[in-house]
Every structure is written in C-alpha cells, then in structure tokens.
Design a protein around this ligand. Structure first.
Ligand code: PEP
Length: 249
C-alpha cells in the first residue's frame, strides 16, 4: 500500500558501536505522531544488532543487498533466508553502486527480486539515469528499461511488496539534487509506466526519491504529488539530519 517512507542507506559506514549509538539516539529523537515509516539499512554485520535494538520501535531494518541463490558455494554472500531469519524483511536492490561497481545487470536484479519475493520480503528497487542519459534526453528511456527488465515480469500481486526508489546517479553523493520538478516528472513517468503494464495498482506503489536529500531540500522534494518519501545516503548518517528529513515529510 502506498505510504510515506524515509529510508536511510548507510552504505559501508558505521561499525557495531556506531550503529548501536546511532540507533539509540534515533529512538530518543524520533518524531512522534508522523505518518511515515522509517527504515535504516546498516551493513550486514550490524543487521542483527539493529533488529534487536529496534525490536519494540516503529523503525524497520533493511539489508543493502542480497544474493539471488537460496544458498550454496558463494563465498562472502548473504541469502534471503539468512536475512529473514534475523527479522530483516526488506532489502534494497538495484542501487546504482551495485550496478556500477559490482556489475549487477537487469537480469541478475530480476533474479534477486524473484528470490526476495519468494521469501515474502519487501524490495526497495532503485532506478535512475546517469548524467549522460539526462544530457542526451534518454533519461526516461533508461529508467523505463530498468523497470521493464527487472520488474515487469512480476505478477500483479507481487507489486504489494515493491517500493521504487528513483535515484538519478548524477545526484547520489554529489550534493547535486534533482529539482522538485525533475523529481516529479520522473516519478509521474514511473507511475504511468507501471499503470500502463498493470493498471490501477500503480496508484498504490510507493515511489521514493534519492540523491543528495538534505534537511534543507527535503520539504520541497517531498511536497511533489508523486514523491512518497526518500532514500537517503549521506544525510542518514547523522541523527539530527535524518530526523530533520523525517520531520520534513
Ligand atoms: C543513496 O546512496 O541511495 C543516496 C541517495 O545517497 P546520497 O543521499 O548521499 O546522495
């Protein structure tokens, strides 16, 4: 069901002590009475600690990645079963850093999505164009194929477990943000493409914006009609900034 979400992607930041102290501070600072789901995505090694600290709170825990196989000889990898067995029900897939540095292809990502859904996990699926695609006006085309190649094979009922995060690659970690109009244009486009393939359920899909969301730009981005919240990197590493962003929704 479509709802507001603020998710923090911690990437390869914060050890166990830092994770514990951030989360305890976050619990104390969490805004009350806000209709927003808050999610944090720490490193694999700190997921169990995070689920324990956040057990009786309304902050959810997500993994930043997951392997597509059920198990086996894949040294260094983490399976869906390992995640759900410690209470992690959400996974971020398709982040541009996974696509760029780890060569994750649309077909591989489709496989990962299928595995996550088989385990009844929720997927935050990232899409977004590079700067060259924006400059050549191919940005909608690129995002369309990212959706089509990894998600449009899914049956209708699977969409209940899918959240989209639109993250223009040129805005991730660069301080450069899409304008609220650019964000709205793409979010609307994404919703239209989902509607084109699946009909009315598109209205129920949560679509997050990600790319240098900060306390001072969050409100205008979140005020766009098709923007349902944010996937936040850098500003999610600091409790004051993260709570300010939660308050901006
Ligand atoms: C991200 O990595 O998903 C992200 C949006 O990072 P940042 O907010 O730092 O641009």
């Amino acid at each position: 069901m479509r709802h507001k979400i603020i998710a923090g992607n911690w990437k390869m930041h914060k050890n166990a002590q830092e994770t514990g102290s951030f989360l305890n501070d976050l619990i104390n600072e969490m805004p009350e009475g806000k209709e927003v789901e808050v999610i944090v995505a720490p490193a694999f090694t700190n997921l169990m600690l995070a689920t324990q600290i956040l057990e009786d709170t309304n902050v959810a825990v997500a993994a930043q990645n997951m392997h597509q196989a059920e198990g086996g000889a894949f040294t260094g990898e983490i399976s869906a079963d390992m995640l759900t067995s410690i209470g992690v029900q959400t996974v971020i897939l398709g982040h541009s850093e996974r696509r760029q540095y780890f060569k994750e292809t649309p077909a591989l990502l489709a496989n990962k999505v299928d595995t996550a859904l088989r385990h009844k996990m929720r997927v935050i699926f990232c899409v977004g164009e590079e700067l060259k695609d924006r400059k050549s006006k191919q940005f909608q085309n690129v995002v369309f194929y990212q959706l089509k190649d990894s998600l449009f094979h899914l049956p209708k009922e699977a969409w209940e477990h899918i959240v989209i995060a639109y993250e223009p690659v040129w805005a991730i970690g660069t301080g450069e943000t899409a304008t609220p109009e650019q964000a709205q244009e793409m979010h609307q486009f994404i919703r239209e493409q989902i509607a084109h393939h699946y009909g009315n359920l598109a209205d129920n899909v949560t679509i997050l914006y990600g790319g240098s969301v900060k306390p001072d730009n969050a409100k205008t981005i979140f005020s766009q009609p098709d923007v349902d919240g944010g996937l936040v990197g850098g500003a999610a590493l600091n409790v004051a900034d993260f709570t300010a962003i939660i308050n901006a929704i």
